[in-house]
Design a binder for this molecule. Structure first.
Ligand code: HQG
Length: 182
């Protein structure tokens, strides 16, 4: 079983295209694993897939992207479906980080961080994680520091993604500064 391929397809199905798989996400993003299995089994490559494969996929993943509970599975972040997934509000750490290509920095400093094609802005708890996120699109990305403490005190909501990923609806430019490149 190619667990990396499975994880990519699950992120696609559960973040972006549930309808292509005849799945309906509930308001928190959950779907029944049984439904997912029947849908996937229509593809020859996943004909023998079982619930255990999803557990193994999560265990072997480099990031905690998916979660299983009570016979259901969901993506923890990254959604772009039209109906906004409800996330748990949580007090953030004092500082959060966001890695982005250098070419986006001027626009972000002028307009703030926007969710773009996703439902939420994605922030990292650690600078190094932000660096890895930025490196997806720029070999030498910018690392932005978010004054999450001040934003939170001003009433900006933050939501839990996973242990490393925080979410927000958007972040005003006044809370953002450019950090020395990592
Ligand atoms: C940028 C991956 C110009 C923003 C990652 C980012 C993450 C602006 C891009 C997760 C802007 C959107 C999400 C503005 C935001 N002007 N550019 N005003 N506001 N942007 O992919 O945070 O491996 O939707 O800086 O690791 O890069 O898939 O967001 O560069 O955790 O699990 O618009 O996806 O996780 O890009 O990545 P994305 P992201 P996985």
């Amino acid at each position: 079983m190619d667990y990396q391929r499975l994880s990519k397809e699950m992120s696609y199905a559960l973040r972006h295209a549930p309808h292509e798989y005849e799945l309906e996400l509930d308001e928190y993003g959950w779907v029944e694993i049984e439904q997912l299995i029947s849908s996937l089994q229509e593809q020859p490559v996943w004909r023998h897939i079982s619930e255990q494969d999803f557990h193994t996929m999560i265990e072997r993943s480099d990031k905690k992207r998916h979660e299983i509970k009570d016979g259901k599975i969901r993506a923890l972040y990254g959604h772009s479906t039209p109906k906004k997934i409800v996330k748990e509000e949580k007090a953030p750490p004092d500082l959060l980080y966001h890695g982005t290509p250098q070419r986006f920095v001027a626009s972000i400093l002028a307009n703030g961080l926007k969710p773009k094609s996703r439902q939420y802005v994605h922030l990292s708890e650690e600078k190094d994680t932000a660096l890895q996120v930025g490196k997806r699109r720029d070999a030498s990305p910018a690392i932005l520091t978010i004054d999450a403490k001040r934003a939170y005190e001003d009433g900006v909501k933050f939501y839990h993604g996973n242990e490393m990923v925080w979410l927000a609806d958007e972040i005003d430019h006044k809370y953002i500064s450019v950090t020395a490149n990592g």
